[in-house]
Design a protein around this ligand. Structure first.
Ligand code: THG
Length: 399
């Protein structure tokens, strides 16, 4: 593809298009496959990304928009094995996990899932995982894209804590969409109905105990099966494929399709992606996570004094929604600069796409304080260098 306009910016766009269209990722053992990768390939996966050193499908035969409508009406099966678990067990397990997050775990019961920010010493975001309490002295941290296994091990060593920290053979499989409950009832029985949002229960699959939570990286109803392999039966792949096939077959009458986290659904719902929308440079208050970072908690945690200073001083920028005009945007690949009406750089859109529901392009963006009020008109520079009009909105995006 040859583009006609000149200038440095445009050159880099050409390189980006070229790289994303024509050059393949070289597969190797470092880019881990999952027990479902064969199935995903058989279903015609179009591309992958890599999260936690593991493949995550990014699309199948249909467009993101077709997948979005399907996810809103039916049910999908997603290979989200890259949501790796960091298992922390032993007498000091609770102590260690509590030291890793500002969210108080005092009232966390077994069977609960908690969304928890993990911070560094400057209150920079290290990860935003889902925490599961399996036993009083056993937790799984279901991580976003950063190496929490090493962070937790280093901290436990430094504090001389009595814990065991491993990455267990767990490969989450998400069943998402309004028909997911009915589908899982057909397979696992009526108890599925009893699972409330961000809770889990244990079910039996081929004589093994498996965890099913009502959760997932979408705004639709849905579940995540934390499929754990068992040596006594098959290898990881064989048993994972049995699980996939069981769901796939039972899903036929619900019009199931293979899927993956959907960019339109995620952005509309204001679900942020670590490494994309926020990084170690951002504190949790900027990321709208103040709900999990109460000011007056009594426990100690990494980043506590830095976070307390930010609480007192106030934040300088905040994650907001943006709607913007121009050609429908089908994923951006690199951040889009955002300017005020008087041409000051005030942020960048880090995830963006055309929303068929909002009927505009929508994006997630960290916006400077003086400009973050909802309804404010701003300017977005799109990938081809053009400037288009946009507006700051709330998150999630209003209906
Ligand atoms: N599921 C599991 N692990 C994960 C993710 C997941 N690890 C990585 C990544 N996703 C973590 N990020 C999120 C972000 C948001 C949510 C879940 C994981 C989420 N939030 C709810 C919401 O915003 O509506 C609220 C959660 C709450 O009320 O506590 O679902 O998807 N296993």
């Amino acid at each position: 593809m040859v583009i006609l306009f000149g200038g440095l910016n445009n050159k880099s766009i050409i390189i980006n298009l070229f790289m994303s269209k024509n050059i393949k990722l070289n597969m190797s053992r470092r880019i881990r496959r999952t027990p479902y990768t064969n199935r995903v390939e058989e279903h015609g996966v179009s591309d992958f990304t890599v999260v936690n050193h593991m493949l995550l499908p990014k699309g199948f035969k249909n467009s993101i928009e077709e997948d979005y409508w399907h996810l809103n009406k039916e049910v999908q099966i997603w290979d989200v094995s890259c949501q790796r678990q960091v298992q922390i067990s032993g007498p000091d397990a609770l102590k260690l996990v509590q030291k890793m997050t500002p969210r108080s775990l005092k009232n966390m019961e077994i069977g609960k899932c908690f969304y928890i920010p993990i911070l560094n010493e400057n209150a920079g975001m290290i990860n935003d995982p889902v925490l599961l309490k399996l036993e009083d002295d056993m937790f799984w941290i279901s991580i976003a894209d950063s190496d929490i296994l090493l962070w937790a091990k280093g901290y436990a060593l430094g504090l001389n804590l009595d814990v065991k920290i491993i990455e267990p053979d767990v490969y989450p499989l998400a069943i998402q969409g309004p028909k997911s409950e009915k589908l899982l009832i057909d397979i696992f029985g009526e108890d599925i109905k009893k699972i409330k949002f961000f809770n889990f229960r244990i079910v039996d699959f081929m004589g093994t105990k498996q965890i099913i939570a009502r959760s997932g990286y979408s705004k639709q109803d849905g579940f995540e099966i934390y499929f754990k392999t068992h040596e006594k039966y098959f290898d990881n792949v064989e048993m994972g494929e049995k699980l996939w096939d069981t769901i796939w077959e039972a899903g036929q009458k619900f019009n199931i399709s293979p899927g993956c986290p959907n960019l339109i659904d995620r952005i509309e719902g204001g679900l942020m992606s670590y490494g994309n929308d926020f990084t170690i440079e951002n504190n949790p208050l900027e990321c709208n996570l103040e709900k999990y970072c109460k000011k007056d908690v009594s426990h100690d945690f990494i980043g506590k004094s830095a976070l307390s200073k930010i609480h007192n001083d106030g934040i300088k920028q905040k994650m907001k929604g943006i709607t913007f005009e121009g050609e429908p945007c089908y994923g951006i690949g690199q951040p889009l600069p955002v300017f005020s009406k008087d041409n000051k750089r005030i942020g960048q859109i880090t995830s963006g796409i055309y929303s068929p529901r909002v009927k505009k392009n929508i994006g997630l963006s960290m916006i400077l304080k003086d400009y973050w009020d909802e309804g404010r008109d701003i300017i977005v520079q799109t990938l081809n260098g053009q400037k288009t009009n946009g507006t700051i909105t709330s998150l999630p995006f209003p209906d």
